[in-house]
Design a protein around this ligand. Structure first.
Ligand code: AMP
Length: 416
């Protein structure tokens, strides 16, 4: 038997319906914020992700799906959304004449070679968005508010947004120096990965999954103590705007986020203090790193699959339609022909319609009516059809009525 690959899963049945509902909510919300939809290719030049995400990150060193294609190109399956969107932004020269920010959102499959566990897969979905061209704190606030409202509209009211600031380049560099000085004498007590991180990107030590509870990491210098005046002022302004927007946030000075490209605000969405449901931040250097001009950007990515798991765990009511509108039953060949054109008519008029396609007996068809939880059923009958009549029965009240076949759509419109 050929089975699915480790860390992947099939989407069907109730899960497919739940996802359709979540998509609907998120699409409608993005529309209100005036974000347009974008989808980038599943595979891109490896260089894009290696450079964009950062050569020294865990994601690039251990998790990307890299391969050489038949034309000898080095290809990587998309592990995150931002780099591809930035590539699109640069390739289409959208940075020219930027009088308003360029705002896009996506809902895409991502691929990371991780150890699968609950809420962690090798193929998973992220819903996310990016805003290019504004370095105003107003765009930080907008992005955080969009993320916050998405979870709330999905019924996860108890989320908290953790925020922190890495500051501008000067602040980040000062902080980097301070971390190296602090960790150097203690580094032997941390994991091997952290030892490698010390010179390359000491900020990432704070993000270590292995040593997360280690006192050495907990007592490390805090970013906020190294922000220069302008960066601190900016962070305070952001908090003020978030207060005005009534957004539930806490400052978490250990939050740095795994990727290389962040500066100023970084944020993460958590529920009940468990794993992160999403994260984002400002990445003013990224467009330039990927070959474009210096254009500021800020964005966010939701762990879509985890968010649905959280909705299930918190018993959020996800509206799922588990019934159909009409089931047409028949026995004779002429009744079957009537069923054929009536299903066509009903479906095109908006009714969820079923009929038998298995050659079942009438008794078997009645069982299908119940299995499909049909609101109405129509037992087609040649004698009545000769007079253009059909009998329609309400499956709940069991009341039935003979009506003219040409009035069927009007009848259902009136009764449903
Ligand atoms: P990141 O791009 O790593 O910042 O991830 C953003 C969000 O995507 C995380 O907060 C998770 O909720 C989700 N996520 C990341 N990796 C995975 C994975 N392997 N499986 C499922 N969700 C993931």
């Amino acid at each position: 038997m050929i089975t699915k690959q480790k860390g992947t899963y099939d989407i069907y049945g109730d899960l497919a319906k739940k996802r359709a509902y979540v998509n609907e909510v998120l699409d409608a919300l993005c529309e209100k914020y005036n974000y347009g939809y974008i989808e980038t290719p599943v595979f891109e030049a490896s260089e894009l992700f290696h450079r964009g995400v950062g050569e020294s990150t865990d994601m690039v060193q251990k998790e990307t799906y890299d391969f050489i294609d038949r034309g000898d190109r080095s290809i990587t399956l998309r592990p995150e959304g931002t780099a591809g969107v930035v590539r699109w932004f640069i390739e289409n020269k959208l940075y020219g004449n930027l009088t308003d920010p360029v705002k896009v959102y996506y809902n895409m499959k991502m691929y990371r070679y991780e150890r699968p566990q609950s809420g962690r897969n090798r193929e998973f979905t992220q819903w996310g968005f990016e805003c290019f061209g504004s370095d105003d704190v107003m765009s930080d606030a907008e992005v955080i508010s969009l993320a916050y409202n998405a979870y709330r509209l999905l019924g996860l009211d108890n989320i908290t947004i953790k925020i922190n600031s890495l500051g501008d380049t000067e602040s980040r560099n000062n902080y980097r120096e301070a971390l190296i000085k602090y960790f150097k004498p203690k580094i032997k007590d941390l994991c091997e990965d952290c030892q490698n991180r010390l010179e390359k990107n000491p900020l990432r030590i704070l993000d270590c999954k292995v040593d997360a509870e280690n006192e050495i990491i907990k007592n490390a210098p805090k970013t906020l103590d190294y922000l220069n005046e302008a960066s601190l002022e900016r962070f305070n302004k952001l908090k003020e705007l978030l207060d005005l927007m009534d957004i539930n946030y806490v400052v978490d000075t250990n939050l740095v986020r795994g990727l290389d490209y962040y500066n100023h605000v970084v944020f993460e969405v958590v529920l009940d203090d468990s794993y992160a449901l999403g994260g984002g931040g400002r990445y003013n250097g990224l467009v330039e790193t990927l070959g474009g001009p210096s254009v500021p950007g800020v964005g966010f990515a939701m762990g879509y699959d985890r968010t649905i798991l959280a909705m299930e765990e918190h018993n959020v009511n996800i509206p799922i339609n588990d019934s159909i509108d009409v089931y047409l039953l028949y026995v004779s060949e002429t009744e079957k022909e009537t069923a054929a054109y009536l299903t066509q008519d009903l479906r095109m008029n908006g009714f969820i319609t079923e009929t038998d396609m298995m050659g079942k007996s009438l008794k078997g068809q009645f069982k299908s009516v119940d299995r499909f939880n049909s609101k109405y059923l129509i037992v087609l009958n040649d004698e009545k059809l000769a007079d253009n009549k059909i009998t329609i029965k309400d499956n709940k009240t069991k009341e039935e009525e003979d009506i003219n076949i040409n009035d069927l759509v009007d009848y259902l419109d009136m009764h449903m």
